[in-house]
Design a protein around this ligand. Structure first.
Ligand code: ZN
Ligand code: ZN
Ligand code: ZN
Length: 256
């Protein structure tokens, strides 16, 4: 299967509105980061991980013409703010879009997109969604790909990461339990959030992320959900070769 990093930036996106720092004004395209999301393409269909406010632009850039399912990590707006833009895929595919996530995340989708579930609304002006609650450690198959739901800590929130075939996708973690670390040992590819050098109550810093990479021991790891604190070119020089900063549009082939 193929994984495309559709976005690798923190909640504000980079450049950040109004900021004139070296990263936000960088001419290196890898320093422009949309909100963190990824696309999984298998022989049997496409899965979108998170539908943030940049989703429309991300799906256009990636040339996506159909989606089999959307899986959500949690309900922060940088991860679900684009759900209304699923409408064109509803028109194209003429079917509701299955959306999967934690019960709290599903409730948030119902609240924030209340009009989508109001039958008095015109059909084309609301996304047509079917909502599916997931529980920690649940296993399911989407688009022919085996998926395991990983319980992840994001500050005071319990959120989900996903093991998808031989890929582990963990965003917005502040901690990963020993259990989850153990279950991921030997995974081929790890995508993990790494905010910046300074610690943050809701996110892993570079050092903390690297510690988890060393404990899990994937063949290769990629950092996402980055801030404007460091240039891509600076970060890549500091990291060991099995860890690379992700960038928008990066494509990875991963064995299922
Ligand atoms: Zn986030
Ligand atoms: Zn900046
Ligand atoms: Zn978050």
């Amino acid at each position: 299967m193929r994984v495309t990093l559709l976005g690798t930036g923190t909640s504000t996106g980079i450049p950040m509105i109004g900021c004139t720092c070296p990263v936000c004004t960088s001419s290196d395209s890898r320093d422009s980061r949309l909100r963190t999301a990824a696309l999984i393409e298998s022989a049997n269909g496409n899965i979108l991980i998170d539908a943030g406010p940049d989703m429309r632009q991300q799906l256009l850039r990636a040339g996506v013409r159909s989606l089999h399912a959307v899986i959500l990590t949690h309900e922060h707006q940088d991860h679900i703010g684009g759900i209304d833009d699923l409408r064109p895929l509803n028109y194209r595919m003429d079917t509701p879009m299955p959306v999967y996530g934690h019960r709290r995340t599903i409730d948030a989708v119902k609240k924030r997109y209340y009009y989508a579930f109001d039958n008095n609304n015109g059909g084309s002006s609301r996304p047509n969604l079917t909502l599916h609650e997931l529980t920690a450690r649940q296993q399911l198959t989407l688009a022919g790909v085996p998926i395991t739901v990983l319980p992840i800590t994001h500050g005071s929130l319990d959120i989900f990461g996903y093991r998808i075939g031989n890929l582990a996708y963990i965003t917005d973690a502040s901690a990963i339990s020993a259990d989850v670390v153990r279950s991921l040992i030997g995974v081929d590819t790890l995508i993990i959030n790494a905010l910046r050098d300074d610690p943050h109550p809701m996110h892993l810093s570079f050092d903390q992320a690297q510690e988890y990479v060393e404990r899990i021991g994937p063949k290769r790891a990629f950092y996402v959900h980055l801030t404007h604190d460091i240039l891509h070119a600076t970060l890549i020089k500091r990291l060991p070769t099995h860890i690379r900063p992700g960038f928008d549009g990066m494509m990875l082939e991963v064995p299922t």
